[in-house]
Design a protein around this ligand. Structure first.
Ligand code: PMP
Ligand code: GLU
Length: 397
């Protein structure tokens, strides 16, 4: 007999991680799967970062680190926020956690009470929804359209805010759409947030370094809402360090203190060696970020060009991150004689089975007509994957 909590029962399994696991299992069985499911750079962590981690082991960074992170790492993050984002966060306002995902749940648990509304913008990253559920908040979803580059209008945000709204989660560059809001668009959103007492906004900037057009704008750099913004970031994407599990926030002091308190009960300070590696990453002057970005631009161009030839796929050109999210609803109702496609998850399973290409269905992102492709893989594999997808889709009538 199992006695699971209602909390766990109310959660979905992370579909990004589930598809990644499925691909690994199929590969282990010798099946030639091309995985375009997991959002992680295919590059290795740069050498200067690995060296710092090796040195940290030799220097005996083996004791419990301070709960909010090493003082020098928090200072380096404070400097990074000032230099790169134009935001003033003292090191007391910074909390280092086990990945951006952990930073997000710390913030949500710190300020969301049961029944509070949290606004998310669909298509949204999968874990936002379920993290709100963990906090017993109520996700309020604002829909966007592919034709509008999956971006919200400020009027939509205004209309969604009620007396119960506590938090908005904003993400640019976006996972899963790859869309990037420009300064003017962000300022309009910030002006809406400014008007509402007791409403806060998480700005998830984990893809800030992977941006192809224009500049990255930080929500907290608009002075008039500085006190209402929690900036979430980390080293996973920008430095190819997904496995090291280091994320951080810059936030109003009272929120940082609350996250520190939570973390003191949940995890203590996070892995000492990974923190030393993150310090090297953030202080590093190498060109690894530029090299990775150049590869992502080339692959973005390649995949978008290839997808143009896939019948029925509607594609918006992403301007950042490493995802593209085609509308694939053209295939709903079609069949190869055996399998009938009724939704995006059906199509994902069909492509996994018939093309041996793993993607992630749009349902988990609040975008049931779409699927997500992560193009953080080699050019050759992208070419082969789209060729297989096309062949499999041609059989659907
Ligand atoms: N936010 C977004 C939008 C993401 O795509 C990810 C990727 N996992 C995260 C946060 C969390 O990143 P991590 O926990 O790997 O630092
Ligand atoms: N953010 C990545 C993705 O969306 C990693 C998986 C996860 O943490 O959910 O694929």
């Amino acid at each position: 007999m199992e006695y699971l909590s209602d909390r766990v029962k109310s959660l979905s399994v992370s579909q990004t991680l589930a598809m990644a696991q499925k691909s690994r299992e199929l590969k282990a069985k010798g099946i030639d799967i091309i995985s375009l499911s997991l959002g992680e750079p295919d590059f290795n962590t740069p050498d200067y970062i690995k060296e710092a981690a090796k040195k940290a082991i030799d220097d005996n960074y083996s004791k419990y680190p301070p709960v909010p992170g090493y003082a020098d790492l928090r200072e380096a993050i404070s400097k990074k926020f000032k230099d790169e984002n134009g935001i003033n966060y003292s090191s007391e306002q910074i909390i280092v956690s086990a990945g951006g995902k952990h930073s997000l749940i710390n913030v949500i648990l710190s300020i969301v009470n049961p029944g509070d509304e949290v606004i998310i913008l669909a298509p949204y990253w999968v874990s936002y929804y379920d993290q709100i559920i963990i906090a017993e908040g109520k996700p309020v979803i604002i829909e966007t359209k592919l034709e509008n580059d999956f971006k919200i209008k400020p009027e939509q945000l205004e209309a969604a805010i009620t007396s119960k709204t506590r938090l908005i989660i904003f993400n640019s560059p976006s996972n899963p759409t790859g869309m990037v809001y420009d300064r003017k668009e962000m300022e309009k959103i910030a002006r809406v947030v400014e008007k509402h007492e007791g409403v806060f906004i998480i700005s998830d900037e984990i893809y800030e370094h992977i941006i192809f057009t224009g500049e990255h704008v930080s929500m907290a750099s608009f002075d008039f809402i500085y006190d209402k913004v929690i900036t979430v970031n980390g080293v996973s994407k920008g430095y190819a360090m997904t496995g090291w599990r280091i994320g951080y926030i810059g936030a109003p002091l009272w929120i940082a203190k609350a996250c520190n308190k939570l973390q003191g009960q949940f995890t203590s300070g996070v892995c000492s060696i990974a923190q030393r590696a993150a310090l090297a990453a953030i202080q590093g002057k190498g060109d690894s970020r530029q090299v990775m970005k150049a590869a992502f631009i080339r692959r973005r161009d390649l995949i978008c060009e290839l997808l143009k030839d896939v019948k029925g796929f509607k594609v918006r050109i992403p301007q950042g991150a490493f995802y593209v999210m085609p509308d694939i609803s053209f295939y709903f109702g079609k069949s190869d004689g055996k399998t009938r496609i009724t939704n995006s998850d059906d199509l994902v399973l069909y492509l996994l089975d018939k093309a041996q290409v793993a993607t992630v269905g749009g349902n988990a992102f609040g975008a049931p007509e779409c699927l997500r492709i992560s193009y953080a893989t080699s050019d050759d594999l992208l070419v082969e994957a789209v060729k297989r997808i096309k062949e499999a889709l041609e059989k659907l009538k």
